[in-house]
Design a protein around this ligand. Sequence first.
Ligand SMILES: [Fe+2]
Length: 279
Amino acid sequence: MSNATTWRSGWDVDNPLGIETGAVAKDEGTWEPLAGTGLESRDLGLEANTGGGLLGRHVRSAGNGEDAATDWQFTDTDFHWFFVLEGEITIATEDDEKVTLGKWASAYHPPYWRHRVLSVSPDYQALEVIGPSAYETTVGEDAPKPERAAEFAHLKGVYTLDTEDQYARGDGPRAWSLYRDLGTRIPTDGRIHIHIIKLDEERPSPKGGTGDHTHSMAQFFYPIQGWIDISTEGQENRRYYAGDFVMLQRGTIHNAYDASPDYATIELCVPADYTTVAQ
Ligand SMILES: [Fe+2]
């Protein structure tokens, strides 16, 4: 892509990141303190399955959340995104905005976006995705940004809230699902699309599910409500619940053959535009 920004990670839509197939269950992994944040996190295996291209973690308040306020800071990440699962977080941004994000709100931060955390609630929990997994944080309200930051200066933080008007019905065979775009496609130059897919309880899906199919994108999905039954090439059929983290490499045959009527999931797609082929 000619007008695309250059990522430290070195991948783009023509040479997209791969995500190896695998899963980390909601009760797997150990909670470890996130230095200097008042939070703790559980690794979701994304770093291992992308060779460090992306890091995925389940984050929550450690203790009562009182120590979560941070100084002004920015990172040299290509991509930083989080989604609030429970509770709320309030941040301040370099645009003098103060943003409070509650349940199912999302935040995208471009490279070198200066911000600070003002507070998190004791019950705060989030899904966070960072790329690449190795990055540096620079602290200080007046800390100078490197020359490279100019390439990203046109980008702003993108914050989305979970309101009904944010959902759109899918087309054709997807008409029984509602989709909420979480705003990462444009600022990542088409590298990463993240959305919520939610079944419409008023219009139940036809029985039989999606049938075997493949995508030209690599993905992860992270159910946030209900459950889904999936068969995946080379793996045993499994039921995934809210909190399970599931990665699928592009080209992997799979079939979502059943789901609870209230099923909702986060899905991340690399690249944002892709084709789906029935098998
Ligand atoms: Fe699929």
